[in-house]
Ligand binder design. Structure first.
Ligand SMILES: *Cc1c(COP(=O)(O)O)cnc(C)c1O
Ligand SMILES: [Zn+2]
Length: 392
């Protein structure tokens, strides 16, 4: 590996996503208490970071270290996350008349999902800031990832997960040496349990967007999409949305690359894909102020999509608006059918969340809302192997 300059990162400060008030990077932070919104990492671009610099870098998400928030190399906790393949879905494209259909396959990540990106970043920063014990409410994949990266970092880990989650998500946490607590309900009920546990013991809470760094890990998908497409972005990106970190993160990466002159506008339309069983974005788009008053949700076999009250809702709505995007919801039957279609046509066993994205694309095409001549990029966020129990 090539010796890296010090300091590694151009990270400058944190800011409140709403009022832009500044918070210090030097201490542990959760969210912006001024507006009860996520905190966002802001960078100094002055010293210069050029896309040509990437040429001989390692094939992980850490290749973008200047635009990531870790200051010392020794604090990076990595299991090889990122630089996942961008696969052309030639058979599905031919069958359904799409000109240019790509899948960014995040199932290649450690612990079998893209949660590895965010958690690698959060655990690295937790290590840098001296955290000894982490806790997370999870729909499944974030718990396994946190357990694995905490094991590597020597940090204690507690995972709080819905009891109905497939067995493998529980077993992996235990194998990685985490404490596992099961709750009857959805991830929002797990979050309540986390709040309760935090009263009696000190934990660092790495809930989605309630600490600033998982977002920085997830944004590397945006950098990779640009780099792997030789800096020519797709016309449309479809993303399976739960807490929304990936949606917000990919968009943040695009803004940063615009400022650095790495890419040019127009940016892709961002499409959030949800499960019909839990579709808060649809409700919030219609009624941004009071949607929570009349919202109900059920579990989904795409566990990662069952996030009833995402903390980053306002940021997601901003991305959809700024990108001229939209939201689509997919039924449970369609999700199962989608897993089978992708597997039998392409040899890829996608997570139900990834399959939802494929079915959402067909819905948009049938409603005339997507041009099949466009360059379309789908995200498969995890491995279907972890969900076999859900698919029987
Ligand atoms: C967590 C998860 C999602 C949702 O990701 P967010 O960034 O929280 O929106 C989608 N797919 C899979 C497989 C997940 O584990
Ligand atoms: Zn604020």
């Amino acid at each position: 590996m090539i010796a890296l300059p010090q300091p590694l990162s151009y990270a400058a400060y944190l800011e409140c996503a709403r009022c832009k008030r500044e918070y210090s990077l030097a201490e542990l932070q959760n969210f912006a208490t001024c507006c009860h919104q996520p905190l966002v990492v802001k960078y100094d671009y002055m010293p210069g970071f050029f896309k040509e610099d990437l040429l001989f870098r390692e094939k992980t998400m850490w290749r973008y270290y200047e635009m990531l928030p870790v200051f010392e190399r020794k604090n990076i906790v990595s299991l090889g996350e990122g630089m996942t393949p961008l696969l052309p879905l030639e058979n599905l494209a031919a069958r359904h008349g799409f000109a240019d259909l790509l899948l960014k396959d995040e199932s290649f990540n450690p612990t079998g999902s893209f949660k590895a990106r965010g958690i690698s970043m959060a655990v690295s920063k937790a290590k840098e800031l001296g955290v000894e014990r982490c806790i997370v409410p999870t729909a499944g994949n974030a718990g396994g990832a946190l357990a694995a990266y905490c094991a590597k970092a020597g940090i204690a880990c507690t995972v709080v997960m819905p009891a109905h989650t497939p067995e493998i998500f529980k077993q992996e946490c235990l194998l990685y040496g985490a404490e596992l607590i099961l709750v009857n309900g959805l991830i929002s009920d797990c979050a309540k349990k986390v709040e309760e546990l935090k009263k009696s013991q000190s934990y660092f809470d790495v809930s989605t967007l309630k600490e600033p760094y998982r977002l920085e890990g997830k944004k590397t998908m945006g950098y990779e999409i640009a780099e792997q497409l030789d800096w020519q972005l797709p016309d449309v990106i479809l993303y399976p949305t739960g807490g929304g970190t990936g949606l917000i993160g990919i968009w943040k990466a695009f803004q940063e690359m615009l400022r650095m002159g790495w890419i040019k506008a127009r940016l892709p339309r961002m499409i959030a894909v949800q499960s019909v069983n839990c579709a808060p974005i649809e409700v919030a788009l219609r009624d941004p102020l009071h949607w929570k008053d009349h919202f109900t949700a059920q579990p989904s076999l795409a566990n990662g999509l069952a996030v009833p009250y995402p903390f980053g809702m306002d940021m997601m709505l901003e991305v959809l608006q700024a990108s001229n995007g939209s939201v689509v919801s997919v039924s449970e039957e369609d999700i199962v059918a989608g897993v089978k279609e992708i597997a039998s046509a392409e040899g890829i066993l996608a997570a139900p969340e990834g399959a939802a994205v494929w079915k959402a694309l067909l819905q948009l095409r049938n409603r005339g809302l997507i041009d099949p001549a466009d360059k379309i990029l789908l995200l498969n966020t995890g491995s279907g192997y972890k969900y076999l129990e859900n698919l029987q």
